[in-house]
Design a protein around this ligand. Structure first.
Ligand code: CA
Length: 225
């Protein structure tokens, strides 16, 4: 899981960054709305959650939130702010924030809220992920392509679910490794390539382009159709 920290106070951002890494998350820091915007727009940048300060040097963090929601980006956002008043809280939630945390906060509380926000990301009622004629049932963990039922091992379906949740995005081996195995897994291992190979064998049709494209020097991208 990769978290974007949008915070201009280097003391706070490095405190959060170190804490999140210790919890096994990957994190990126942006010190302004402009820097966050640039990161979010960069090719292959996939993020699972945003921690967003309001008081940023170039704009109110709420601007970024409004832009994200306006463009249909439903990535969970937790607003962090020193402005603890009720009016600010309501404004933040109205702008599309998933949660709100007033500074100063205990790190444990932040982590608990991150976990809760990540759990609620799924579309209410959605029980399957679909890409073209490929369907993955989130409850039974069974995939089908057209009329063909595809049995998957746990690692395979976890990997497939990751790809289906990030269609069209380049996912690096390190991102995949941390999401499907965990951050303590040896980064020099070729396990990601091996499992992408297993998935391709099960999902792809002979003579057709693979659903999972190799992006040289960057990672893999699930073809969104
Ligand atoms: Ca600030």
């Amino acid at each position: 899981m990769r978290i974007l920290i949008v915070e201009d106070d280097p003391g706070i951002s490095s405190f959060i960054d170190k804490g999140l890494r210790a919890e096994g998350y990957q994190s990126e820091i942006a010190g302004s709305v402009g820097a966050a915007r640039a990161l979010l727009a960069s090719p292959g940048f996939a993020i699972d959650l945003v921690l967003l300060d309001r008081g940023l040097p170039d704009a109110d963090g709420a601007t970024l939130l409004e832009e994200m929601r306006g463009s249909g980006d439903q990535t969970p956002v937790i607003v962090l702010t020193a402005r603890g008043q009720v009016a600010d809280r309501v404004a933040g939630l109205n702008a599309g924030a998933n949660d709100y945390l007033a500074k100063p906060f205990a790190f444990d509380e932040l982590v608990a809220r991150i976990r809760a926000a990540l759990r609620t990301t799924e579309q209410p009622g959605a029980t399957e992920l679909v890409a073209g004629d490929l369907r993955f049932d989130l409850l039974s963990k069974v995939a089908t392509r057209g009329a063909t039922r595809i049995e998957l091992s746990q690692r395979e379906w976890t990997l497939l679910e990751l790809f289906l949740r990030h269609p069209g995005q380049v996912l690096s081996r390190a991102q995949i490794l941390s999401a499907v195995w965990d951050y303590s897994f040896d980064p020099g291992s070729n396990v990601v390539d091996v499992y992408v190979g297993y998935l391709r064998k099960k999902l792809d049709r002979p003579g057709e382009e693979s659903l999972i494209a190799t992006v040289r020097g960057a990672g893999y991208r699930f073809i969104s159709s």
